[in-house]
Structure formats: structure tokens, C-alpha cells
Design a protein around this ligand. Structure first.
Ligand code: SAM
Length: 346
């Protein structure tokens, strides 16, 4: 027969074995969960004061079959705004779709609604660009704009991940119309609006629900048969990476001015469409249109070489100061009797 001490010792050892087994099981479940959710390499580290994420581990989401990471940005006057960017691997998928699209122009890359597909073969809008911060900051640091936003409709062209549209929505703009010719960026933006930020639209306050709104619209700037939606302010950030887009932007700027809207265009250094934009504005009779340098920041997320080449000034390991050119056009100042819309922008 066992003594009392032996029985107590036996029970304690048994209890410890059960506890150990339980702890090992929990640890293994946690590590399985983390390895399926996060890659072993941290793809996006935003440790500067410009953008910080919790624990420096990017939060992942899958939107329309695209693996995305949260990009938190600190925007003047409103604070933290979170947009979604495609991960490095997802950018690779989009670039491959764009390259396939080049081989078979006019055919959609994928028939499935849930899978990544490109309408125009353009993968650039799945990541954030420096002019978006510069434009959002320019508007939100201006007391006059801030006073006017609750009465304004703002239209964004080539919204991409939508930092400008989202910031203006969160700042209390009456109506934001975010447009792009690709649906993927608009879906990333809609997800960020609905799920990652305190959207006044989804606030329980009924009065706020009626006062603020955002709509998403597919719009090709070069399709001049489709008129611009009416707005008080038209904004565009880093859309002039091709001369044809620069020329189309000039025509859209004139169209907006003729509707009575102001126009704000932001352009990071080295974009090849800027010269064509300026030439076309001049051809169309816009007077006194000049760019002014303003403080912006490089982006720090991962970039596929074909989305943003190795020597690009737009991206660095951590955000660095960067001069972004901004042009502001006002119908009262920049339209002349000679201003016309003419010629083919393509
Ligand atoms: C370099 S990204 C900039 C995105 C965003 N504005 C930013 O600053 O982060 C250019 C954006 O313009 C869009 N875009 C390019 N050409 C366009 C066109 N002809 N019509 C509408 N959108 C266009 C692309 O799909 C992409 O989202």
C-alpha cells in the first residue's frame, strides 16, 4: 500500500503533466495561427512618427483575393488614418496580371468576381504614393478649406488606395466622390472606410449619417465622353506618370474649372507626365498655372520593381522628407476668355 505522502506526490505529478500538455497545445495553436496570418518577414515597418503600427506587425486583410497590409498615416489635424496596400506578393500578382493584359489587350485578366483582376492593366493604385499625403495635408492645414469642407463635394481622380478621399471624409467633408479606372483600389478604399477607420457614415449618430458620405465610381480620366461628376473641389495625387495621363488631367482640370470647381493637383518629383500636363494647360488657355513645392514624405511599404523602380524617389526604408509639387487652380483666377477644351488627349 502507498503512504499518504506517496499518494499526494503522485497526484501533484499528474496535475503538472496535464497543465504542461495544455500549455503546449495552446502554444502550438497560437504559432499555427500566426504563421498562416503573417509572413515570417515583416514586409512593412512603419516605425517613424509619420506612420506607426501596433507592435510594428502589419495587420493583414484579404480584399477581392488580394492580400493587403494596413498602412497607418498620421495626417495633420485629424490624426491616424489607415489605408490598405497590396503586399509585396500581391503586387507581384497584379504586375503579372498587367503583363498578361499587355499581351491580350481588351480582355479582362480574370472572370471571377472574387479574384484579382484589372480593368485597365494598371497595378499602381494598389499602393500609396507620396502626393496623397501632401494633398491631404495641404487641404487640412488650411483653415479656409477646413471651414468649407462640411458644405463641400470633393471629387478625387485616380484615387488609388484613397488616402486623400478617406482623410477628407474623416475631416467631415459633406460628400466625397472617389474615382479610379481600376476597381481594385476603390475596393481597398471602401474596405478601409468601412472597417479600419472611424467612419462618420457608420457612426450611430443619425444626424452625422445624413451629413457625410462617400461614393466610389469607376471613371477613366481619358474617356472624355464621360463628364466629371459635379464637385466644388477636384483633387488628383500622383496620377501623371505617363504623358497621355498628364494631357488628360489638363483637360479634366479645365472641365472642372468651367463647372466652377477649384482644382488641386499633387505631383511627386520625376513624373514623366508633368511636362505634357503643363503644355496642355497652356494650349487650353489656362493662365498663370504654376506648381509650388510643398513638404511631403516618401512611402515606406514594399514595392515591386515594376510598380516603383529601385531608384525611385517615392519610396525609402523609412519615410523621408520629399518635395511634392502642388498646383492649385481657381476658376476666378485661372480661366481666361481663351480657355477651351480641344484636341484628343490620348
Ligand atoms: C500612382 S497611383 C496614385 C494613387 C493615389 N492617388 C495616391 O497618391 O496614392 C495612380 C492612380 O491613378 C489611376 N489612374 C491612372 N490613369 C488613370 C485614368 N486614365 N483614369 C483614372 N484613373 C487613372 C491608377 O489606377 C492609380 O490608382
Amino acid at each position: 500500500m502507498w503512504s499518504k505522502h506517496q499518494v499526494v506526490l503522485f497526484l501533484l505529478l499528474g496535475l503538472q503533466a496535464v497543465v504542461n500538455a495544455f500549455v503546449i497545445s495552446i502554444n502550438s495553436q497560437l504559432s499555427n495561427h500566426q504563421s498562416s496570418r503573417y509572413p515570417s518577414v515583416v514586409l512593412h515597418s512603419s516605425s517613424s512618427s509619420l506612420a506607426n503600427s501596433n507592435n510594428n506587425v502589419p495587420h493583414h486583410h484579404v480584399v477581392r483575393g488580394i492580400e493587403c497590409i494596413e498602412v497607418p498615416m498620421d495626417i495633420p489635424e485629424i490624426g491616424r488614418v489607415v489605408v490598405l496596400e497590396a503586399t509585396a506578393e500581391a503586387q507581384e500578382v497584379l504586375v503579372n496580371l498587367a503583363l498578361e493584359d499587355d499581351e491580350k489587350p481588351g480582355t479582362p485578366c480574370s472572370e471571377s468576381q472574387d479574384a484579382a483582376s484589372l480593368q485597365s492593366g494598371d497595378p499602381y493604385g494598389a499602393v500609396l504614393w507620396p502626393a496623397a499625403y501632401a494633398i491631404a495635408a495641404r487641404i487640412l492645414q488650411d483653415p479656409t478649406y477646413r471651414t468649407e469642407l462640411p458644405q463641400m463635394t470633393v471629387l478625387e481622380l485616380g484615387a488609388g488606395t484613397g488616402l486623400v478621399s478617406l482623410s477628407l471624409l474623416l475631416a467631415g467633408t459633406k460628400h466625397v466622390i472617389a474615382t479610379d479606372y481600376e476597381s481594385i483600389p476603390l475596393e481597398l478604399l471602401e474596405y478601409a472606410v468601412d472597417k479600419l477607420n472611424n467612419n462618420p457614415n457608420t457612426d450611430n449618430n443619425q444626424q452625422q449619417q445624413q451629413e457625410f458620405s462617400i461614393t466610389y465610381q469607376l471613371l477613366d480620366m481619358r474617356d472624355h465622353a464621360t463628364p466629371l461628376p459635379t464637385a466644388d473641389l477636384v483633387v488628383a495625387a500622383d496620377i501623371m506618370y505617363e504623358p497621355k495621363t498628364g494631357r488628360a488631367m489638363a483637360k479634366r482640370a479645365v472641365e472642372a474649372l468651367q463647372q466652377g470647381a477649384r482644382v488641386l493637383v499633387g505631383d511627386s518629383p520625376g513624373r514623366p507626365g508633368r511636362g505634357a500636363f503643363l503644355d496642355e494647360l497652356q494650349n487650353l488657355g489656362v493662365v498663370g498655372a504654376t506648381f509650388v513645392d510643398t513638404v511631403g514624405y516618401t512611402c515606406s511599404g514594399p514595392r515591386h520593381d515594376l510598380i516603383c523602380g529601385k531608384d525611385s524617389t517615392s519610396v525609402s526604408e523609412t519615410p523621408q522628407e520629399l518635395l511634392v509639387a502642388i498646383m492649385e487652380l481657381d476658376p476666378k483666377v485661372h480661366l481666361s476668355a481663351e480657355t477651351v477644351i480641344s484636341g484628343d488627349s490620348s
